[in-house]
Design a protein around this ligand. Structure first.
Ligand code: PEP
Length: 255
């Protein structure tokens, strides 16, 4: 059985002091959920504070991006080995905000994912369609192109360390989540696609849902058979709402 995995994407929120405070609250709020794999993704400068504050807990730390090269003249970037060295064990890649504001392509995401794996990080690779693409009936085609392209450089033997995050762009930060049926349809489609790409390893890969996950919709979304957890933005910025989502995931699997 796949261990469910919930990650909080803090985006460009929380300075060092705020990171320490939220991590301290999470230590208390999330201690009981050892059956769910957990991570939080603060901004780069707050990563050491988060690693320190979460030491000895079941909550891992994720970078929000990494560069595909190990080091060099890439002003403003951070490499995968540097994230690992700082104590991260995960990295979010290809988030729609990176794809939109930094023009990241599937080919670049694939390079970053391979670099992350080589550095010992477990990548969370994001895919998802825009509203125009959904309305145009292109959801599955778009998602297939992104999954195939973004995982193109992943060796089959390492695929189980990769988590896919299905995040419909129209649901991110909008308060409008995909219905559980919409999420399950795409997750099942991705699972089938992964089976054709990495065979038996596909059933070990987690597929998170992301897009306006909140305490009041988490239970239904997390109960879907191919929804293995969540990538949570806004609701991960408060310990109580993040904990409620983790609890929903825990209860969905305990049933
Ligand atoms: C995200 O940024 O990955 C996300 C899902 O955000 P939100 O939960 O705020 O929609």
């Amino acid at each position: 059985m796949r261990k469910p995995f919930v990650c909080g994407n803090w985006k460009m929120n929380k300075n060092v002091g705020e990171t320490r405070s939220l991590c301290a609250e999470l230590r208390t709020a999330l201690g009981a959920f050892s059956q769910v794999e957990l991570a939080v993704a603060p901004v780069f400068v707050s990563l050491p504070a988060a690693v320190d504050a979460l030491k000895g807990t079941n909550i891992g730390v994720a970078g929000q991006d990494c560069h595909a090269e190990k080091e060099g003249a890439y002003t403003g970037n951070v490499s995968a080995p540097m994230l690992f060295d700082a104590g991260c064990r995960y990295v979010i890649l290809g988030h729609s905000e990176r794809r939109t504001y930094h023009a990241e392509t599937d080919a670049l995401v694939a390079k970053k994912a391979a670099a992350a794996l080589a550095a010992g990080l477990n990548p969370i690779v994001c895919v998802g369609e825009t509203l125009a693409e959904r309305d145009g009936g292109k959801t599955l085609t778009v998602v297939e192109t992104q999954v195939r392209g973004s995982l193109a450089d992943i060796p089959e033997a390492l695929a189980a360390r990769v988590t896919l995050a299905y995040e419909p762009v129209w649901a991110i930060g909008t308060g409008r989540n995909a219905t559980s049926a919409q999420a399950q349809e795409v997750h099942a489609f991705i699972r089938g696609l992964l089976r054709s790409m990495v065979h038996g390893e596909a059933d070990k890969m987690r597929i998170q849902y992301g897009g306006s996950v909140k305490p009041d919709n988490a239970k239904e979304l997390m109960a879907q058979p191919d929804v293995d957890g969540a990538l949570v933005g806004g609701a991960s910025l408060k310990a109580d709402s993040f904990a409620a989502i983790v609890k929903a995931m825990h209860e969905a699997r305990a049933r």
